[in-house]
Design a protein around this ligand. Structure first.
Ligand SMILES: NC(=O)CC(=O)C(=O)O
Length: 273
């Protein structure tokens, strides 16, 4: 399998119309596949506006309407597809869930957001995802043949240990469907991607919905990809856009040889268990 491949990150303009979101996502997935992308990702909450009041209304069982549409898009375009996330209903509980498909359209992974977004920045921004959602309890890595890919959702990017564990499990790429906002986005979105990429010397991408100034939660946008040297190699502004990034695992290995962090850890003194 090739050590260099293209990924596409779809900064989708999500609306309140679920069918419209699914149709538009499928169209952009086809466009990205035609441009040579082998792994394609949608943003967090790609089928619904982001907000605790929307989750119960848009929630679906898996499999359901949205995941059937993702499976078909992966199969029709013969790509690995990371389905951003959707509000999922299971046994009376709601989750923020990412499903992943192989080029045959088979679901190969399902990841529920582990850390719920409960923050309070007085006078600026408050959000309590746990008012509506329950947290997931598993970490998620899948293999593509190109490299192993680790998945986590949005707020999960702030927890460095997950990325470290994924690195230890052999991932070359971490994908974070996410929707930062106008307070934390400019402050932390890019620097967190750089931090996870540099700490672990791998590729990191974060995939946001496009910004909708009329929404109750205004997403920062700025879908981007960062290489193992900590450089932003591809980036959107805030409008709908497909962001392409070329992943080069030979380059990743070069960086790891030049600065051999992986072999220099003092596990005799410390260890993340
Ligand atoms: N929306 C999120 O889950 C996270 C976020 O916006 C932040 O960490 O900031």
């Amino acid at each position: 399998m090739a050590s260099a491949f293209r990924i596409a990150l779809i900064q989708l303009a999500v609306t309140a119309n679920k069918v419209e979101n699914l149709t538009r996502a499928s169209k952009l997935i086809s466009e990205a596949a035609k441009s040579g992308a082998k792994i394609i990702s949608l943003p967090e909450c790609f089928n619904s506006p982001y907000g605790t009041k929307y989750f119960p209304e848009y929630a679906e069982k898996i499999p359901g309407q949205s995941t059937e549409s993702l499976s078909k898009a992966a199969k029709d375009n013969e790509v690995f597809l990371v389905g951003g996330s959707i509000p999922e209903e299971d046994n009376g509980k709601l989750y923020n869930t990412c499903t992943v498909y192989n080029p045959k359209g088979e679901m190969i992974a399902k990841h529920r957001k582990i850390h719920l977004f409960d923050i309070d920045i007085p006078g600026k921004f408050k959000f309590k995802e746990s008012d509506a959602l329950s947290p997931g309890n598993t970490l998620t890595v899948f293999d593509t043949g190109f490299c192993k890919v680790g998945i986590a959702i949005c707020y999960d990017i702030r927890f460095a240990e997950i990325a470290q564990l994924y690195c230890k499990q052999g991932c070359g790429l971490l994908l974070y469907p996410g929707a930062f906002n106008m307070t934390t986005g400019p402050a932390h979105w890019e620097i967190l991607q750089k931090a996870r990429a540099l700490d672990n010397q791998l590729y990191v991408a974060a995939i946001s919905p496009a910004r909708d100034e009329t929404a109750s939660y205004i997403a920062w946008g700025h879908t981007s990809a960062v290489n193992p040297w900590g450089e932003v190699i591809a980036k959107a502004n805030h409008e709908e856009k497909i962001v392409y990034a070329d992943i080069d695992l030979a380059y990743m290995n070069e960086v790891r040889q030049q600065i051999p962090l992986q072999h220099q850890r003092r596990h005799d003194l410390y260890q993340v268990l």
